[in-house]
Design a protein around this ligand. Structure first.
Ligand SMILES: [Zn+2]
Length: 180
């Protein structure tokens, strides 16, 4: 079966930067609904469209087609007492960008902690990076009507309903899913 709109694709992947430093070893395959549902990066869909089980390739995706350029304006310094304790570098918080005018909440990552100040970075951890994906298609199946209606995969490795606590971490963002 060929990968086409409304098929569910299971793909093993390894993610590296452009210098071949491993970022994610993809121990869990990526399982996504193909066809522009923003379950994965459009460049990955483009590469896999029309392919079958066993297809493998290595593609490099530039920042503008992945998680964007690094934006220094998204780095904020906050008084430490505005954030909960205990605090560690790498922790993530949801917050509103400056000048909250109805924009979507963003995820900020703690990148530095000083005595009384904390640096929060609103850039995606992979912003500004060219990403190299080694892809290997492991399975292709028809999506169910429910999956098509929801715009995401159900079942093993897919989206689970009724566990909304997970949404912050693995919601329906454009992600290479799973990325932590
Ligand atoms: Zn669903």
């Amino acid at each position: 079966m060929k990968i086409a709109k409304n098929t569910v694709v299971t793909v093993n992947y390894k993610l590296s930067d452009a210098q071949d430093n491993l970022i994610e070893d993809g121990r869990q395959p990526m399982v996504y609904l193909h066809g522009g549902y923003e379950n994965t990066l459009p460049k990955i869909e483009e590469e896999l469209d029309g392919k079958e089980v066993g297809y493998s390739s290595i593609i490099q995706i530039e920042p503008e087609d992945a998680f964007g350029d690094y934006d220094a304006a998204l780095v904020k310094v906050e008084p430490r007492n505005r954030l909960p304790e205990p605090l560690e570098v790498g922790m993530q918080f949801e917050g509103m960008p400056d000048g909250d005018d109805g924009e979507e909440a963003m995820i900020f990552t703690v990148t530095e902690i000083a005595d009384d100040k904390v640096v929060l970075d609103g850039n995606h951890p992979l912003a500004g990076m060219a990403l190299r994906f080694a892809l290997n298609v492991a399975d292709v199946r028809e999506a169910s009507e429910e999956e098509i209606a929801h715009g995401h995969v159900h079942g093993a490795h897919g989206h689970h309903h009724g566990d909304e606590d997970d949404e912050g971490e693995e919601g329906d963002h454009v992600a290479i899913n799973p990325i932590h």
